[in-house]
Write a protein that binds this ligand. Structure first.
Ligand SMILES: Cc1cc2nc3c(=O)[nH]c(=O)nc-3n(C[C@H](O)[C@H](O)[C@H](O)COP(=O)(O)O)c2cc1C
Length: 262
């Protein structure tokens, strides 16, 4: 690959996403409760080079197929890429990014045509403050943000990537099903001791990636998932994203209890 990696600023103590337990724990899962898996999953954006056993990812992708879907249509399909095939895919993507830095037109575009709703916009800005603040990148430094964002197209250094695909005819209901499948995959990988980052950015090169993977013409790429062992010292892994109360404004709901939104 020709592109240079984003250089992270120096970091303090590693208080982030934790080292992997590996071995049997990874293969068999750690018996996390659903609540614990949901609470501790986070998007990890810097990985150690330690390999991931593809069989663990295969198992999670198959187990996740117990996710519900409208009329049991199971609109999802998945591909795993690792080793030399991952290197080849990243090289192809780097070449396409060099030729087409803005990527393919995203369909649908990532944000609504009218812009994100006001609450979502404020949360998006806050998330950027936390992420780029952790990285030591000033909000006004568009070049530094863009350079760091390129890490998306290297799976943030993860040794294994997953792509989720859907039928081209799928409508928002089937995309909803795919989202449920995606979270099931993330939680099963969390249980297996692996860190993840779902990545819609891969849709910027979705047609090229789908062709490269030999996916049927009827399928299109929705997102990628970086899978690996978190680098506990990377600053982008140390911050914790925030949550608002989804029951806020519901007159029948009490206040959240400690830990509910942690
Ligand atoms: C469908 C989907 C697409 C996403 N795409 C990206 C992406 O392209 N790049 C990235 O760094 N994070 C991406 N994320 C991660 C979100 O930014 C992250 O989930 C959110 O900020 C909440 O943080 P958490 O996952 O650590 O709880 C995506 C998440 C989802 C669910």
């Amino acid at each position: 690959m020709t592109a240079t990696r984003f250089e992270r600023p120096g970091t303090g103590a590693g208080t982030g996403a934790g080292a992997h337990p590996g071995g049997a724990a990874e293969a068999e899962g750690r018996g996390l409760s659903v609540a614990a898996a949901v609470a501790q999953r986070r998007s990890v954006r810097a990985f150690l080079p330690d390999p991931v056993d593809p069989a663990v990812a295969e198992r999670a992708l198959r187990r996740a197929a117990r996710a519900p879907s409208g009329s049991n249509m199971q609109p999802w399909s998945a591909r795993i890429v690792t080793g030399a095939r991952l290197d080849a895919l990243l090289a192809m993507t780097a070449a396409q990014r060099a030729a087409l830095p803005g990527g393919e037109p995203m369909d649908p575009p990532f944000l609504p045509a009218a812009g994100p709703p006001p609450e979502g916009r404020a949360r998006k800005i806050r998330n950027g403050e936390l992420l780029y603040g952790a990285l030591g990148i000033d909000r006004s430094d568009a070049a530094a943000r863009a350079a760091w964002n390129e890490e998306n197209f290297r799976f943030f250094g993860a040794p294994l990537g997953v792509f989720l695909l859907i039928d081209r005819q799928a409508n928002p209901w089937q995309w909803l099903d795919l989202g449920i499948y995606l979270q099931s995959v993330l939680l099963l990988l969390e249980e297996a001791g692996l860190a993840t980052c779902p990545q819609a950015d891969w849709a910027m090169h979705g047609e090229a990636v789908a062709r490269h993977l030999g996916a049927p013409a009827s399928r299109r790429l929705v997102c990628g998932i970086a899978v690996g062992h978190a680098d506990p010292d990377a600053p982008e892994n140390v911050y914790r994203s925030e949550r608002d109360d989804p029951l806020s404004g519901d007159p029948d709901a009490g206040p959240p209890r400690p830990g509910d939104l942690a």
